[in-house]
Design a protein around this ligand. Structure first.
Ligand SMILES: [Zn+2]
Length: 435
């Protein structure tokens, strides 16, 4: 370890001596389900109130080390928790924002021990839904700051803890944006999402795009009449499915071009893609193959470059589809419909922003190795913090590859490292004084 000051060493020693408490807090959160009630396929009545229960559990934890707390909700039982730890004055302020909601369990039988809320530690891994995404991050941010006070120190700037609802389905207006609207602002924010302890100042943007194509249904026995030479072609029938596949292939070509032309220094080369996720098509009313399909829809997840606006992306994709459609006699007369059902905006601050540098330096002090600066491949609430003028990064325990999976876990050593890094980062960013 390279830690320079005696004060920092005191705080790190305190975290080391209270590791079991950090693990315990994460485990207690995992034991309380907090599935996002708006997630597709969820039985609302069964899960609603879980987020509230977790935040009600956390409130006294924050109060115990001097935070002024408030629980508030924009929708029934979707309760957010905010805790403000007032600084001694003369330092910069910091928001620590984590989402308390999780995705559903998936098939409970497939979990080892058939218990997605075990919160148990095996071989250095803490298991359960939300362990990685992102109850470990929430435990780390709280226990890291608590350790500063326990070591006899006081921060100069204010720290604002936010444990918010809704993130998993972009209900930011119920969670993160509701906190902003309530007036919680700071000089920077850290969102301890699972980043494998990399500093992440950027996320991509994400669209849900729906492409719809119409056909001309008829009996499938006359297929030869509309696909073979000598037949009457489109007059007889048009298979919407095959027109959809044609556009699917065209969009695949656009995706190939994106792989070459759209680069960003912090993303993997070729990261930006147009992912076909759901394909549907059939004759209207009858899902049998004996009638020619009258419609085809393809739902895409479009992961776009953070430096492109929503309008630029939409225009490029729509123009491409329009041109591809013009090459087909049927599609040129019956143009496909493109709908943009959802947009999760990107977030980006410069990789050399002071909050990146401070966090990276703290990581290095704790681990002895240089922090990686990378892009978050997924989308997160930092987009909305950035938008509100609060420069934000992600840095937290766990791997996004583990998020949302059966047997989700977080590595305990990462949980402890994140706790330490967040403590040193707050000390450096907010300033510190003897209590
Ligand atoms: Zn998350």
């Amino acid at each position: 370890m390279l830690v320079s000051t005696a004060q920092e060493k005191r705080v790190l020693r305190f975290v080391d001596s209270s590791q079991s408490e950090v693990i315990n807090l994460c485990s207690e959160l995992v034991k309380r389900q907090s599935i996002n009630p708006l997630y597709t396929g969820v039985d609302v009545d069964k899960v609603l109130g879980g987020e509230k229960e977790c935040n009600e559990y956390l409130e006294p934890v924050l109060k115990n080390f001097g935070c002024k707390t408030e629980l508030f909700e924009k929708a029934p039982k979707r309760t957010n928790l905010v805790g403000v730890l007032k600084g001694a004055g003369g330092g910069k302020s910091l928001i620590l924002n984590g989402h308390i909601d999780t995705v559903p369990f998936g098939k409970v039988d497939e979990w080892t021990g058939k218990d997605p809320t075990s919160g148990k530690v095996r071989d250095g891994k803490l298991y359960g839904r939300g362990a990685c995404d992102m109850k470990a991050g929430i435990a780390a941010m709280i226990k890291g700051i608590e350790a500063i006070g326990k070591a006899g120190l006081r921060l100069r700037g204010d720290v604002i803890f936010e444990s918010v609802v809704g993130e998993e389905v972009m209900s930011h207006e119920l969670g993160t944006s509701a906190c902003i609207e309530r007036g919680y602002k700071a000089d920077a924010a850290i969102d301890p999402e699972p980043t494998v302890l990399s500093v992440m100042p950027v996320t991509s943007g994400l669209f849900w795009m729906k492409l719809s194509v119409e056909g001309k249904p008829t009996h499938s026995c006359v297929r030869d009449q509309f696909i073979r030479a000598g037949g009457k072609g489109d007059e007889v029938g048009v298979n919407a499915l095959e027109k959809g596949v044609k556009l699917l292939n065209a969009i695949g070509e656009l995706e190939q071009q994106w792989g070459i032309t759209k680069q960003h220094p912090l993303f993997n080369p070729g990261h930006f893609v147009l992912h076909p996720g759901v394909i549907d098509g059939a004759p209207h009313g009858v899902r049998v193959p004996f009638v020619v399909s009258s419609y085809c829809t393809i739902d895409y997840a479009v992961w776009h470059h953070p430096r492109e606006t929503a309008e630029q992306v939409k225009k490029e994709v729509e123009d491409y589809i329009k041109k591809a459609a013009q090459l087909d006699p049927w599609l040129s007369k019956h143009p496909p419909l493109v709908e943009w059902l959802l947009h999760w905006p990107p977030g980006e601050i410069p990789a050399d922003h002071p909050i990146c540098k401070t966090t990276g330096k703290s990581h290095q002090e704790v681990t002895g190795s240089q922090a990686k600066i990378q892009a978050m491949p997924a989308v997160t609430d930092v987009a909305f913090l950035d938008k509100a003028g609060i420069p934000s990064i992600m840095y937290g325990p766990g791997d996004v590859m583990q998020a949302h999976t059966i047997d989700e876990f977080v590595a305990v050593d990462q949980l402890i490292t994140a706790t330490k890094t967040l403590a040193l980062t707050a000390m450096d960013w907010c300033g510190v004084t003897e209590n």
